[in-house]
Write a protein that binds this ligand. Structure first.
Ligand code: GLN
Ligand code: ZN
Length: 769
């Protein structure tokens, strides 16, 4: 643990910083600009002020080399598209007329022009705008933003390192533009793209950049030999330029694997690698390639995507090993700090003891600085920090919050049988038919009904004390009455209560489970100006009392039709929270599953015959590398089954997922052993029904026939057409009729019309069976 002083003092750095500001100033300025309340100049001034204060914070916290260009009005991948002149054809005019308005038009669309598609940034909850490329794409260098932000930082006296999305990752994240063949591979544009990158690098060099960072997280995914060849070629060519800064190629979100030797051999001056648990294999792999002689190694040792303090002792041991493997070792977070909130010290409502376990962006930068000092000057220069770190880790490990003996005893006693329904599907289906007496092609919805302004106002009123709990609950009941009576009138077969009491499908449960913490200011960017505040799953999880039973029962008391109970599944509860890192995810999932199992059983005992357990995140947290997937799917499906297997055979378990591509998890979907699954399918014309059929999926399914992401109302004929397509893959006795997803973001007008059409479509197709 005593690291010898490095030859050159280790430097502290980061790859990116939260953009929004302590009070989400950026969100307010950008949204104000959209509404015409903030001028372009005022927006630019707010942005420049935020960049200044972020660099100042970084420097104050001990960061030697600050990033530039990581700031963005909306998204850094869209910024990259602008940098290489790849605005889609349909936005060209707008971009030329006004760069800022054109930029936002690409991000959000306009009345007449569709935006770029948005998708998840690797396995994080950040969403980027997907570049649209085609054989006709012509790239041109536009380094204005990058150069300007570098100059700002340099003028303020900072040592700055511009950060760009690397050319390989940029192309691998792109998709064929509309109208271009789906077989088109954007990577074939590499030769056209490289000169543009070379130009941007030359511009940054001329503006004073000693180093430029090129981010290549796509190289931690499984890559083909052709991809790896492309990476080798890209860095050979960029490295060969005469007029360029030193290049730091950065990887994060896991191990580089077969890409490591490729980058190690490239003529670039530095590599950044992930040395957190996700990238642990990088250590041996680096030794196996003989290290990085003559190169700079940036060690991503502080986890950039969770919110827990670092273990200094462990990190220093790793860093000490790395010293022998490169010319120079610097210390960083494993990825941009974009994925964590800004400052844990702002969480005044948390127990101060617990707050000391948390490290948001500011705390992480301080950790990086301490580790760099310990590495560079010896651990005797950080004895106080080491002692404090040891004490905080010990307090967390010994806390009653993280170790509840009752929860531990219960999870230890879980048996294989606890995770299996008592009867096979065919027998359950017969029992459920007798119990529920539903028509063929039964209609239902996914759970939520429109979250109206009145509902949000009621919640705000309750928080502000303008109404009391009784007043709030009366409003919720009123909403449930409306939702139930509308569904009865419309002729829906399996009703829902509409989820009016839920602010968010994870937060609602997190607030009621022991072991979860809420933050006041823990905002992280999801996309554009949308920020989310994930709850913190900090300790052992238990359920002090039922969470949903009274609302579901109230809805059931209003109707003789079955009302479906509605829960968020264990995998999604983990995926959309900051999860403890002191035990395997599977153990945490099992605790959550047991708490939810009690809720499922209580719902059944209260007379709920249909219970849905949503798992929209099952697909999105699939590990980036195929080799890691079996383990994940094993604990994830086990947790779902543990949640749902405590009920009688005649209780019908539903699940729901909304992600367009299910192909690679059909087997896992089968393993859930849910009686009915509803899936997003309207936009892909029932593709998922064919995928389930191809797999031989034996249970009931409801591929969505209404794309709820758009306000468009599908006609009854259109929905009936989709149902007939569904029937080609799934037999009538196993096909359900439902929308793609919940209706909370929809208005009542289109909800009414669409659900009426959906019921009409079901009746029409039934009549023709
Ligand atoms: N039951 C939830 C709802 O209807 C499901 C949401 C989701 O799939 N993301 O809102
Ligand atoms: Zn959904």
């Amino acid at each position: 643990m005593t690291a010898k002083p490095a030859a050159a003092a280790a430097r502290a750095t980061v790859y990116g910083y939260p953009r929004q500001g302590q009070n989400r100033e950026l969100k307010k300025a950008v949204e104000g600009y959209w509404k015409g309340r903030v001028t372009a100049d005022a927006l630019r001034e707010t942005a420049a002020g935020l960049r200044r204060s972020h660099w100042q914070q970084l420097a104050e916290d001990g960061i030697h080399e600050v990033p530039t260009g990581d700031f963005s009005y909306y998204d850094h991948v869209l910024d990259t598209s602008v940098m290489v002149g790849a605005a889609p054809e349909r936005h060209r005019g707008a971009v030329e007329a006004d760069a800022l308005d054109g930029y936002f038009a690409m991000a959000r669309g306009t009345q007449d022009v569709a935006p770029l598609e948005m998708t998840k940034w690797f396995d994080t909850n950040y969403h980027y705008l997907v570049p649209e490329l085609g054989p006709g794409t012509v790239f041109t260098a536009n380094s204005v933003k990058q150069v300007a932000e570098l100059r700002e930082a340099v003028a303020l006296g900072y040592t700055a390192r511009p950060v760009l999305v690397g050319p390989i990752t940029y192309l691998l994240l792109a998709k064929p533009a509309p109208g271009v063949s789906a077989d088109f591979e954007p990577l074939t544009l590499l030769d056209r793209l490289l000169p543009v990158y070379a130009q941007v690098l030359a511009d940054l060099h001329a503006a004073g950049a000693e180093w430029v960072q090129l981010d290549e997280p796509a190289l931690v995914q499984d890559r083909t030999p052709a991809d790896l060849n492309a990476a080798a070629r890209a860095y050979r060519e960029l490295g060969a330029a005469a007029d360029r800064p030193k290049l730091l190629v950065a990887s994060y979100f896991g191990r580089l694997g077969e890409a490591l030797p490729v980058l190690a051999a490239a003529p670039v001056e530095g590599l950044a690698l992930d040395f957190t648990e996700a990238g642990a294999a990088n250590l041996d792999d680096l030794a196996a390639v003989g290290g990085l002689p003559g190169k700079r190694l940036v060690a991503g040792i502080v986890n950039g995507r969770n919110i827990w303090i670092n273990d200094f002792r462990k990190s220093l041991a790793t860093l000490g090993t790395l010293l022998g493997l490169a010319d120079r070792v610097d210390v960083a977070a494993s990825c941009s700090l974009l994925h964590v909130p800004l400052d844990a010290d702002a969480e005044r409502d948390l127990d101060p003891q617990v707050r000391r376990w948390l490290a948001f962006a500011r705390q992480k930068t301080r950790e990086i600085a301490v580790l760099a000092r310990g590495l560079g000057r010896g651990t005797d220069t950080i004895t106080a920090e080491l002692a404090a770190n040891r004490a905080d880790l010990a307090s967390r490990a010994g806390s009653a919050l993280t170790h509840d003996p009752a929860v531990r005893a219960r999870t230890a006693a879980v048996t294989h049988a606890d995770g299996r329904r008592g009867r096979p599907y065919a027998e359950r289906a017969a029992a459920q038919r007798a119990h529920l007496r539903l028509p063929v092609l039964p209609t239902t919805t996914i759970g939520s009904f429109p979250q109206t302004d009145e509902l949000r106002a009621a919640r705000a009123d309750l928080r502000a004390g303008r109404i009391d709990t009784a007043g709030y609950e009366a409003r919720i009941k009123g909403e449930i009455e409306e939702v139930v009576s509308f569904q009865e009138k419309t002729g829906i077969d399996v009703l829902v209560h509409g989820e009016p009491e839920r602010n968010d499908m994870v937060q609602y449960f997190a607030e009621q489970l022991t072991g979860y913490l809420a933050t006041q200011h823990g905002w992280v960017q999801s996309y554009g100006t949308r920020y989310v505040r994930p709850p913190v799953l900090a300790g052992d999880i238990s359920r002090p009392e039922p969470m949903t039973v009274r609302w579901t029962s109230y809805a059931q008391s209003l109707t003789s039709k079955p009302v479906k109970g509605m829960l968020t599944g264990p995998v999604t509860m983990l995926a959309w929270s900051f999860v403890r890192d002191d035990q395997p995810l599977g153990d945490t999932a099992r605790q959550v599953a047991l708490a939810l199992r009690d809720e499922v059983n209580d719902l059944e005992a209260a007379g709920t015959a249909v219970i849905q357990v949503d798992e929209p995140a099952l697909r999105e947290t699939l590990p980036l590398r195929a080799a890691d997937r079996a383990d994940y799917l094993a604990w994830a499906t086990e947790a779902f089954r543990l949640t749902t297997s405590g009920v009688r055979p005649d209780t019908q378990i539903h699940t729901h997922m909304c992600y367009a591509e299910f192909g690679d998890i059909v087997r896992a979907i089968d393993d859930l052993d849910a009686d009915v699954i509803s899936l997003e399918a309207a936009r892909s014309h029932m593709q998922v029904a064919r995928e389930l059929a191809a797999h031989g999926y034996p249970r009931a399914a409801g591929p969505g026939v209404w794309d709820i992401h758009s306000p468009r109302v599908p006609s009854a004929g259109e929905a009936a057409g989709l149902l007939r397509t569904g029937l080609e893959a799934i037999p009538a006795e196993r096909l359900w009729v439902n929308p793609d997803c919940g209706l909370k973001t929809r208005g009542w007008t289109e909800t009414r019309a669409s659900l009426e059409n959906l019921v009409a479509a079901a009746r029409e197709v039934r009549a023709a069976l």
